[in-house]
Design a protein around this ligand. Structure first.
Ligand SMILES: [Zn+2]
Length: 395
């Protein structure tokens, strides 16, 4: 190497060094040594994650944190913040913040409120720390606002298209679609008509339906769904489950998936999730697109319905950690426009990150029917980063 070439090369190194030093000083937060799982970027390996200005700047084997805040994630999983597309977080004061502690950095409140009381839920969404949106209940009074009749759709007059449309117009920034609960105890024989009205009020917006134990055949319900609509409570038992006695997924359900209808787990508390149904449906090769909790403060206590526990139950059922992380992050990010670009740790993405710890032991997992299973491993929340800001687990 002649002197001129040598000088050129060393100047190059010096420049690179200066750039690295500048970059290191520019990070706000570096999550070090965790096992990163980012299905969208096809990463499952030990990596550091650097964050600046509320965004992901780098995911690499070794990142010099410089003067940045460091979170030691050794022995933990580092994944994009979870997106819960079937939650009732906005029906509880402080509900969204309770979900942040679990690693849920985005959520959809699915039908807690209808046109008569939607303002409360809208206010809760706007007050919450993370991105939340609402599916308004097609029934004016919202969940269980049916009075003496029971379910909110027992009186079909509650499915008021004009009222729903007016509420959507008033809260276009927060309401992204419509929810209709179609089981017999909610809608009775009004299930199909309620869905027809939900679709009419929604127009181009998405509709989420809650299935299981409906009066009308599921095929009639499926026929009304359009691309982008969501079916929740995939693992609900009969009558009108997605699978028949012989273990075959109904043709109308397969056709719905084919034309772009999403299928969501929707854990819930009553009538929505039974072990044997989940086993049969998964064995038939019909996997949920998304996992969700159907979150309420009561469910959190009675059946431990928090997002990391729901993920753990699906792992107990035989799915891989990478699969459940995709169903919790990159997949739900595709379902609703508001989450596009989220559910990943790609460079430039908003820095919403969940740290999870996998513990081994004997863990009791419950379905909605007091069915108990013992899992050998369980995920626990271990800290959240929301838009680049580290939020430690409350003690
Ligand atoms: Zn629900």
């Amino acid at each position: 190497m002649n002197r001129r070439k040598f000088l050129g090369a060393s100047a190059g190194f010096a420049l690179l060094g200066a750039r690295q030093a500048f970059a290191a000083a520019a990070y706000d937060l570096v999550i070090k040594g965790g096992h990163v799982i980012d299905p969208a970027a096809k990463i499952s390996a030990v990596r550091d994650v650097a964050i600046a200005g509320g965004r992901i700047v780098s995911v690499a084997e070794k990142i010099d944190a410089g003067g940045a805040q460091v979170v030691n994630a050794a022995g933990k999983y580092v994944i994009p913040g979870m997106i819960d597309i079937h939650s009732h977080a906005a029906a509880t004061k402080g509900g969204p913040a309770m979900n942040i502690a679990d690693g849920v950095t985005g959520y959809i409140d699915a039908g807690s409120k209808g046109a008569a009381n939607i303002d409360d839920a809208v206010a809760e969404v706007k007050a919450g720390p993370q991105t939340g949106r609402i599916l308004i209940n097609i029934a004016k009074p919202g969940v269980s606002g049916g009075g003496a009749a029971g379910g909110e759709l027992m009186d079909i007059a509650n499915a008021d298209v004009a009222a729903a449309k007016a509420a959507i117009a008033k809260h276009r920034d927060v309401i992204v679609g419509i929810k209709a609960r179609l089981s017999a105890n909610v809608a009775g024989k009004n299930d199909v008509e309620a869905l027809r009205r939900a679709e009419e009020a929604a127009g181009n917006l998405q509709v989420m339906i809650h299935i299981g134990q409906s009066v009308s055949p599921l095929s009639q319900v499926m026929a009304l769904l359009k691309k982008g609509d969501i079916v929740t409570h995939l693992f609900a038992p009969p009558p009108e489950a997605v699978i028949d006695e012989a273990g075959k997924i109904l043709p109308s359900v397969l056709e719905a998936r084919q034309r772009g209808v999403w299928f969501d787990m929707g854990h819930g508390r009553g009538g929505h999730f039974r072990w044997d149904m989940a086993e049969k449906i998964l064995a038939a090769g019909f996997l949920p697109d998304t996992l969700s909790t159907d979150w309420t403060p009561e469910g959190r206590v009675s059946q431990f319905v928090d997002f990391p526990t729901v993920m753990s139950k699906l792992m107990y059922l035989g799915l891989s950690l990478e699969q459940v992380v995709a169903m919790a992050t990159s997949n739900p990010a595709k379902v609703f426009e508001v989450f596009r670009g989220k559910g990943t740790l790609a460079t430039g993405a908003v820095a919403d990150v969940a740290l999870l710890e996998m513990r081994s032991g004997e863990f009791e997992f419950l379905d909605n029917y007091q069915g108990k299973r013992i899992g050998k491993q369980k995920l626990f929340p271990a800290g959240t980063v929301l838009a680049g800001k580290w939020i430690p687990r409350p003690a």
